[in-house]
Design a binder for this molecule. Structure first.
Ligand code: RIB
Ligand code: CA
Length: 316
């Protein structure tokens, strides 16, 4: 069965690696991409998504412009510097954003699809929260799986408590988890287990396709720039985390992951914990019907690397 998928991204290198997998996989049909601010400002995340689709020869995949700011807060972004993707062709970029904004674009795709569509949110949940607020029935009727990157069970990365995507817009994350649909939450724990090293690069390059080339360039640049920072912190060889890529591998191969069911709520009213995901896995004291989130905690790293290479090879 081919899964229909919508990506919502703050592209960003690791968002791009997720989309490379989605475009490459013969089991996924990418119906569109929406851009959101997050790690970078919207103008950059939009441009990077357009550039990636053009580089991959997938000008047919629409890219829609989404939220420039969080739902209610002042704008916060991880990095205000120029962050183009390490792939050629930016100076010749022709692809333009879709005429509809992200929310109406996603609603149109859902409305027109005769089967369910999976959502893969990889950014602050601003666009997704608006989709749920403006089109709740459509989302309940037409969205299949929601496999998102964000949050964590035990720690944060922007603060001790909060992961970046949820820190950037806690109200949006709160709204999405309170909506009540089942969610797969790829949090920081599993992302740090599924690290990539220089040793893995040859396998990725050997896939020999356009998505593999982009994936390789992104991981190589990231290793050269940040690899030793993580290595020093871990006392290990250079490594990086392609957080967002894990969502696609999970969607296709959940069997390589370890998960736990939880009732997840997001803190949005605290001076030190805003954006924190409180994951209630207790056996007693929480209604099992409210444990609607599958928190992904661990994975078989070797299989993750092998599957990444295999999926990248499937591209036409
Ligand atoms: O915390 C990691 C997340 O923040 C990833 O989605 C990354 O792309 C950034 O958005
Ligand atoms: Ca992201």
């Amino acid at each position: 069965m081919v899964r229909k998928v919508l990506f919502d991204c703050d592209t960003g290198g690791d968002d791009a690696t997720a989309m490379c997998l989605g475009v490459a996989s013969r089991d996924i049909e990418v119906l569109g991409v929406s851009a959101c601010m997050g790690n970078l400002e919207l103008r950059q995340t939009l441009r990077n998504a357009l550039h990636l689709m053009e580089f991959l020869g997938r000008e047919d995949i629409p890219v829609a412009k989404g939220s420039e700011k969080p739902l209610v807060r002042e704008l916060w972004v991880g990095d205000k510097n120029e962050r183009p993707l390490p792939i050629p062709g930016l100076e010749k970029l022709k692809k333009q954003p879709h005429q509809l904004d992200a929310v109406e674009f996603m609603a149109k795709v859902l409305r027109e699809s005769d089967t369910k569509v999976d959502l893969i949110p990889l950014a602050p949940l601003t666009n997704i929260a608006k989709l749920m607020m403006f089109h709740p029935d459509l989302v309940r009727e037409k969205v299949g799986n929601i496999v998102l990157m964000g949050g964590a069970m035990y720690f944060g990365n922007v603060t001790a408590a909060a992961e970046l995507n949820f820190y950037a817009d806690p109200e949006a994350a709160k709204c999405v988890f309170n909506f009540g649909m089942p969610i797969v939450m790829v949090g920081l724990e599993v992302c740090e287990k599924a690290y990539l090293c220089y040793d893995d690069l040859e396998k990725i390059k050997a896939a020999g396709t356009k998505p593999a080339e982009a994936f390789y360039n992104i991981v190589k640049q990231s290793l050269d720039t940040y690899g030793s920072r993580y290595a020093e912190a871990n006392g290990e060889k250079a490594r990086v985390y392609m957080y967002d890529s894990i969502t696609v591998v999970y969607l296709l191969h959940p069997e390589i992951f370890t998960t736990v069911k939880a009732k997840v709520r997001v803190e949005a009213n605290s001076s030190i914990c805003d954006g924190m995901t409180v994951c209630d896995t207790r056996e007693y004291g929480v209604d099992p019907a409210e444990k609607t989130t599958t928190v992904v905690l661990d994975c078989d790293r070797e299989k993750y690397v092998q599957l990444v290479a295999e999926i990248l090879k499937e591209a036409k």
